[in-house]
Write a protein that binds this ligand. Sequence first.
Ligand code: SF4
Length: 230
Amino acid sequence: MGLGKVAGVGVEERRLISEIVSRVLKSVDVSSIGIRSLNLKPFEVLVAVILSQKTNRENVRKALESFRKEFKSVEEVASARVSRIERAIRPAGLWRMKAPRIKLIAKQVSKLENGLDEILKLPYPEAKKALSSMKGIGPKTADVFLMIARDEQVLPIDTHIFRVMRRLGVAGEREDYESLRVKLESAVEPEMRMTAHLALIEFGRSICKARNPRCGECPLAELCPSKVKA
Ligand code: SF4
C-alpha cells in the first residue's frame, strides 16, 4: 500500500501502523480463528457477533450451537420469551444482557421484507447506516457483521484494539471508533484487514493484556511509549 497522506492520516503515522500490524501478524497465529466455517445464516452471524462480546471463542461456539438448535428462524426469536433465549445462549456468559438485545434485533430484522439480505445488497455506507439505525447495533457490530457476512474489507475496532493503539500512541484518549478505523484502514491493504483485525484482538488478549501486559516479550516494545519496564 502506498504511503501518501490519506484522509488526514500522516505518512509517519501510517508507516507506524503498518509496522505495528506487520509485527503483530508475525507474532500471533490467526489461522484457526473465525466462525465462517460454520456456514451461518446472516441473522446467526449477527447473533454470533453479539455473543462474542466479553467472552472467549469456545464459549461463543457452544452458545451458538445451542442457539441454532433452539431457534430455526428470526421470527421465532422475535416472538420468544427472553428467558428461552437466555437459556439457549447461557454458555456465552452475560446472557441477561445479550438475550434481550438479540430479541430486540430479531424483532427489527423480522420486519424487513427480505431480512438482512436486503441490507447485505447495499453499498457499505448505506448498509452500515441501515444496521446502525437498528436499536442494539452499534458501528462495531455493524462492521464485524458486514466483514463476516459478505467479506466487507473493513477493520473493525474492538476494545482490545483500542487499548493496544492507545498504548502505542496511535489512538488519542478521545479518539472515536470511526476515526481509529479509518486510520488503521489507511495503512492496511483491504484484503488483509480481516486478518489484521483478528490478529490485533488476539495480540491484545494474549500479550498487550488490559492488566499486566507482557511487555518483556512484546514484539512492539521498542515502538511503544507505554512499555512497562521489568
Ligand atoms: S510494550 Fe507492553 S504496553 Fe506496549 S504494546 Fe507491547 S505489551 Fe502493550
